[in-house]
Design a protein around this ligand. Structure first.
Ligand code: 3HC
Ligand code: NAI
Length: 705
């Protein structure tokens, strides 16, 4: 039989008696329909060609196989199904070996465990991460993995979606052999030939004994079910994974495979799958911005930070963690000592928890230096300013930076709200000025808004995206406005929450509704965590420019006037007895709310959770549409990623704009128009939303560039 042509996504070639099957479908060898057909044809050839005694499956390029082709989900399924391809591989009468390098994930690992023997090179990462996409392993993974590694380990792998390294995979029994070299092909061929020489026949995972201890398996299933009941109560697929593993104990293999397929189809049809897959692609698309495509980033070897407070210290830690040397400048000796102590405190915490050795801490801190003299910035490639949120203070700092920094140094500000165009205009090199809006705690939070002022040059924007990659942040490109993408939208839905409260919903009912929607915390809990004084200061700053006709709820001011700033003062919207971190409801707060309602002449009414969320989300989506229309966000997906990574938006809903698409834009617009009858100033429908509804389009149609 002739060898198949090279351009095919699955190639076969005889090496002695071993049929080498190479999956070559860049970038990650995803199992699209052509690959599935190719694998099926390869198995056909293996069975019918008498010259073939064994089969070796490998992946070309960087990976073995990274799983099903995620882009196919949601489209009509095309034969052959992967589960049938895997069955066919397992059923082969000739031994099948998988030689794994790079990613063997999801359907990729399912192919590998349908094979009879597995060898992996040291860099291999194995896993069943379907749960992260709202799915379950749907090609036999829920049945074969527990038989290979036991119910407890298989459930852990499937419910966390974690990547298992090659050495661990060997210990677990997920692979049979760790390769001695990185030459996957040579190692795989040698293994296959060795098996042939030893007359080792097929060895099927379906017959493996990992579930033999039925009692232990049932205990593992019960434990997983209990844990998911607490941890994943809003999610669909984790519970189906546990059900599928239980079926491995209760049903014959082929029947259980059918059941797995049924559950897989249920997951596939769920809105959570759509939301999670939107999030997967959105966080990859978010870096695709015009400046990053047009320009090369500048060098980025040394970082300067101005200010060693909450944000400056967190930013310094983030850069140190990425291996960058950091110079910090503060206004005086006491402040720089405090700034350095803020940085050290983070590492001391890790040392105390045993997550870092004192030697490793010393090594990191050796890259850090502090100064009160701006001249220390002479050699840095980028300075990130994190001083007080005051435009005059910031302008003065930028004058200093303009004076001391080398030509081409990137000058960034971490301002939350201030006009970066104005900061840029105040110095001689506006083309080097950009906003880098980190979120608190800056060394933990993933989101980085990259705020692009009018005069900045493209390579500075590209450098900011390169920095984000180095720091392992998720960058979102934002335009200059009050609050950029995130805080601007937050301000609006936070007001909607205040209106709801004054109209009759208690802050506790609102928090509960928001949590039940999938957020880790409600808005009033967040305010208590961040400190009510921060929002209070902003409100006071904006009081002069507030539209006197706009509705303004004063409850938060009444709370702050009492010095109740949240957790740090032991009391805010909730009470925190003896430093407790979870608050308890406070009848005095409810009395304040009541008094404010009376003062405003409002008769409270009832709101169901659904009504609360309709208003909360309509406010978020409406402002999101305005932010997109104004070009503050490039696309709706940039709004989604901002909220997923900076504001705790439930990932399974994809982000506010993806959620709006799921609900249907006509319904959201209809809600806004209904609410506008009570308060037309607050509920002004975004023209973009009106236009999309008129054209029968959704936000997703704007994501396609
Ligand atoms: N299907 C389609 N495209 C995929 C893909 C997949 N499974 N995995 C990655 N890609 C695409 C990415 O979208 C990206 O495309 P782009 O360049 O156009 O943006 C490109 O491949 C490279 O991906 P990354 O940027 O993520 O590259 P990395 O090198 O950082 O990471 C990876 C590689 C670890 C393989 C990572 O891409 C990954 O985790 N992929 C998803 C793996 C996964 O979830 N597999 C399970 C799928 S579900 C399944 O198999 C169901 C089965 O049980 C039936
Ligand atoms: P902070 O008050 O904790 O720290 C500010 C630091 O700047 C102080 O240590 C102060 O000594 C120093 N400083 C002031 N003037 C200086 C000068 N002229 N030269 C050198 N150092 C000077 O404030 P925080 O919270 O760290 O905020 C800093 C900036 O980050 C602000 O612009 C704020 O809006 C922004 N931001 C804050 C977030 C937060 O959650 N705290 C989140 C995102 C951005």
């Amino acid at each position: 039989m002739a060898n198949t042509p090279d351009e095919q996504v699955v190639r076969t070639q005889l090496h002695g008696k071993v049929l080498l099957v190479t999956v070559d479908n860049p970038p990650v060898n995803a199992l699209g329909a052509a690959v599935r057909r190719g694998l099926q044809d390869a198995m056909e050839r293996a069975e019918t060609d008498a010259a073939v005694a064994a089969v070796l499956i490998v992946g070309a390029g960087k990976s073995f196989i990274a799983g099903a082709d995620i882009r196919e989900f949601g489209l009509p399924p095309q034969p052959p199904l992967l589960t049938d391809v895997c069955k066919r591989i397992e059923a082969s009468r000739k031994p099948v070996v998988a030689a794994i390098h790079g990613a063997a994930l999801g359907g990729g690992l399912e192919v590998a465990i349908a094979a009879h023997y597995r060898i992996a090179v040291a860099n291999a990462k194995l896993g069943l991460p379907e749960v992260l996409l709202g799915l379950l392993p749907g090609a036999g993974g829920t049945q074969r993995a527990p038989r290979l590694v036991g119910a407890a380990a298989a459930l852990d792998i499937m419910l966390t979606g974690r990547h298992v390294g090659a050495a661990d995979a060997l210990k677990l029994g997920l692979i049979d052999r760790l390769a001695r070299s990185d030459d996957t092909l040579a190692e795989g061929l040698a293994y296959a030939q060795e098996l042939l020489a030893a007359h080792a026949g097929p060895r099927r995972s379906r017959d493996a004994a990992g579930l033999a201890d039925v009692e232990a398996s049932r205990a593992a299933i019960a434990a997983a079910r209990a844990e998911q009941g607490k941890k994943a109560k809003n999610l669909f697929s984790p519970h189906r994974i546990v059900d599928a593993v239980e079926a491995a104990l209760d049903k014959p293999f082929d029947e259980a495979l059918k059941y797995e397929r049924e559950l897989f189809m249920q997951c596939l049809a769920s809105p959570q799958r759509a939301g999670l897959i939107h999030a997967f692609f959105a966080e990859r698309d978010v870096v695709k911005v015009p400046e990053a495509a047009a320009a090369e980033p500048r060098a980025l070897a040394r970082i300067g930070v101005v200010g060693g407070g909450t944000m400056g210290a967190g930013i310094a830690v983030s850069a140190l963690d990425a291996g960058l040397p950091v110079v910090m400048v503060e206004r005086d000796a006491a402040s720089i000592a405090r700034g350095q102590a803020n940085v050290e405190k983070v590492y001391d915490g890790l040392v105390a928890k045993g997550r870092m050795t004192p030697e490793a801490k010393a090594k990191v801190m050796a890259r850090f230096s502090g100064s009160t003299d701006y001249a220390a910035f002479a050699e840095v490639d980028m300075v990130i300013e994190a001083v007080f949120e005051d435009i005059e203070v910031k302008k003065a700092v930028f004058q200093e930076l303009d004076r001391v920094c080398k030509p081409g140094a990137v000058l960034a500000t971490n301002t939350s709200y201030l006009d970066i165009d104005a900061i840029a205009a105040s110095i001689s090199r506006p083309q080097d000025v950009i906003g880098l809006h980190f979120f608190s705690p800056a060394n933990i939070m993933k989101l980085l808004e990259i705020v692009v002022p009018a005069k900045v040059s493209a390579d500075v924007v590209a450098t900011a995206f390169a920095l984000a990659k180095k720091l392992r942040k998720v960058p979102v490109r934002a335009g200059v406005c009050d609050g950029f993408i995130g805080n601007r939208i937050l301000a609006v839905y936070r007001q909607a929450a205040d209106h709801l409260m004054e109209d009759g919903a208690s802050p506790y009912a609102i928090d509960a509704a928001v949590r039940n929607f999938g957020y880790p915390m409600g808005p009033f809990q967040v305010s208590d965590l961040a400190g009510g004084d921060i929002g209070w200061a902003t409100r006071k700053r904006k009081a002069a420019t507030r539209d006197p006709k706009a509705r303004y709820v004063q409850v938060a001011d009444r709370i702050c006037e009492r010095g109740w700033f949240g957790q740090k003062t032991g009391r805010g919207w909730y009470q925190y007895p003896q430093g407790a971190r979870t608050g308890v409801e406070d009848p005095e707060v409810l009395a304040i709310v009541d008094a404010e309602r009376q003062r405003a002449g409002i008769t409270p009414r009832q709101f169901t959770e659904e009504e609360i969320m309709r208003r909360y989300m309509a406010a978020m989506v409406n402002e999101g549409a305005k932010v997109v229309a104004e070009g503050i966000a490039l696309r709706p997906l940039d709004v989604d990623v901002t909220f997923l990574y900076g504001y705790g938006f439930p990932r399974f809903r994809g982000g506010p704009m993806a959620y709006a698409d799921q609900v249907g834009l006509p319904k959201i617009l209809d809600d806004i128009q209904t609410f506008a009858k009570e308060d037309p100033l607050f509920w002004q429908p975004a023209p973009l939303l009106v236009q999309l509804v008129a054209e029968g389009r959704n936000f997703a149609s704007l994501n396609k560039s």
